[in-house]
Ligand binder design. Structure first.
Ligand SMILES: Nc1ncnc2c1ncn2[C@@H]1O[C@H](COP(=O)(O)OP(=O)(O)O)[C@@H](O)[C@H]1O
Ligand SMILES: [Mg+2]
Length: 328
C-alpha cells in the first residue's frame, strides 16, 4: 500500500515561526499519529504570521536546521525528542511523532493546569544539560551551522535589560559579552513551549531552529525564568517553585557547572524580557495577581540583582519570595 499522510487541519498551540498540524501517517501496514510542521502554508487561524517574504525565507532556513538537529538527536542518550519520519520529511515540511499521542503534554499547559510532577525539575535539567553536551559534540554536530546571528538574538533577548540598564551601560555590555563569549552551540529557546512532559515527569524537547552560538551559562536561567514567572504570577505555589528551582539548579550544575553570578544576572534579564512585554507568555501565567503588579515585581527583582548586590541563588530566591509574596 502506498503511504498516505492525512492532515486533519487541527493546528497545535504554541507555534510562532511555523505551524504544526495533527495528522495520521498510514504506512507499512499501520497508522502513526504524527504532526506536520511546516513553514510554507498557512491554515485559517494558525498563529504564525510571516507575511514578509524575507522573514519567510529565514523561517524556512530555521526549519531545515531544526530538522537536521532533530535527526542527529534521534538516539542521543539522555535527550528524548519526537521521532522523525525522515522519508516523509522534505523541504519545508517535517513529519514527526505526535507527542500528545504518547502521553506527553506541552510543559506550559502542565504549569498552568498545575499538573506538573515535581520530578520534572530534575528531568528538565538533565535534558537541557545533556542537550547542551550534544550540541557541543563536534562529531555529532558536524556540518551544523546556525541560521540566526547571535548578536541579533541576544539583542532580542536582552532588549528590556538594555533599556533598564541605560544608566549602567558597562553592566549591560558585560552581560552581552558574556552571552557571546563562548563559540559553541547554544540552545537558546529551552522554555516550556518547546518541551513536553508526561504523567511520570519525563521530559521531551523539540524546536531546534534557533540554535545559535553563545555561552551555555544562559541555558538554566533561560528556562528557570519561566518558573520564576509562574511563581510571581501565582500559578505555582511558593514552596513548589522554590523546590523546582533548587532541584533544577543542582541537577544542571552536576552536568555543566553553573557560574552563579551569571545565572542570577541572566535570570533577571530573562524575567524582564518575558514578564514585561509578555513575550511568548501565555496570559494565563499571571493568574492570581493583577498583571501590572506582576510587572512591578519583575522590575523589583531586576533592581535587586543589578543595584542591590544580589549575586547568589539564595539571594535571588529571597528577592523572588519578597516580591512575589507581596502580590498574593
Ligand atoms: N511532535 C509534536 N507533537 C505534538 N505537538 C507538537 C510537536 N511539535 C510541536 N508541537 C506543537 O507545536 C507548537 C509549535 O512547535 P515548535 O516546534 O515549537 O515550532 P515554533 O518554531 O513555531 O515555535 C509546540 O509548542 C507544540 O504545541
Ligand atoms: Mg517553539
Amino acid at each position: 500500500m502506498k503511504p498516505k499522510l492525512k492532515i486533519s487541519g487541527v493546528g497545535k498551540a504554541g507555534g510562532v515561526t511555523s505551524e504544526v498540524l495533527e495528522a495520521q501517517l498510514e504506512h507499512h501496514g499501520h497508522t502513526d499519529a504524527v504532526v506536520v510542521k511546516r513553514t510554507h502554508k498557512k491554515t485559517e487561524g494558525s498563529h504564525f504570521s510571516y507575511s514578509d517574504a524575507a522573514l519567510q525565507k529565514a523561517a524556512h532556513k530555521n526549519h531545515v536546521l531544526d530538522r537536521k538537529i532533530l535527526e542527529r538527536l534521534q538516539d542521543y542518550p539522555g535527550v528524548v525528542v519526537p521521532r522523525l519520519h525522515k522519508d516523509y520529511s522534505k523541504g519545508r515540511q517535517t513529519v514527526m511523532s505526535d507527542f500528545n499521542a504518547e502521553g506527553y503534554t506541552l510543559m506550559q499547559e502542565r504549569i498552568i493546569e498545575t499538573t506538573l510532577p515535581s520530578i520534572t525539575a530534575v528531568n528538565a535539567a538533565r535534558t537541557l544539560a545533556n542537550l547542551q553536551v550534544a550540541l557541543r559534540d563536534k562529531d555529532l554536530m558536524q556540518g551544523i551551522k546556525p541560521v540566526e546571528d547571535s548578536i541579533t538574538q541576544i539583542r532580542e533577548r536582552l532588549a528590556e535589560a538594555h533599556v533598564l540598564l541605560y544608566g549602567k551601560l558597562d553592566c549591560y555590555r558585560e552581560l552581552e559579552a558574556k552571552f557571546l563569549s563562548d563559540d559553541g552551540l547554544l540552545y537558546s529557546v529551552g522554555h516550556p513551549k518547546n518541551m513536553a512532559v508526561n504523567g511520570s515527569g519525563e521530559v521531551m524537547v523539540f524546536d531546534f531552529g534557533r540554535v545559535i552560538t553563545g555561552s551555555q551559562q544562559f541555558v538554566p536561567a533561560n528556562f528557570l525564568a519561566h518558573i520564576g514567572l509562574a511563581w510571581i504570577g501565582g500559578v505555582m505555589p511558593q514552596d513548589k517553585a522554590q523546590q523546582f528551582i533548587t532541584d533544577f539548579y543542582e541537577t544542571f550544575n552536576e552536568v555543566i557547572p553553573i557560574e552563579e553570578k551569571w545565572f542570577v544576572r541572566f535570570f533577571a534579564a530573562e524575567l524582564v524580557h518575558r514578564g514585561l512585554a509578555m513575550r511568548w507568555i501565555d496570559p494565563r501565567m499571571f493568574k492570581q495577581v493583577r498583571k501590572v503588579s506582576a510587572k512591578l515585581a519583575v522590575h523589583a527583582v531586576f533592581l535587586d540583582v543589578y543595584e542591590n548586590e544580589c549575586t547568589t541563588l539564595g539571594a535571588l530566591m529571597g528577592s523572588l519570595e519578597n516580591h512575589a509574596s507581596k502580590l498574593l
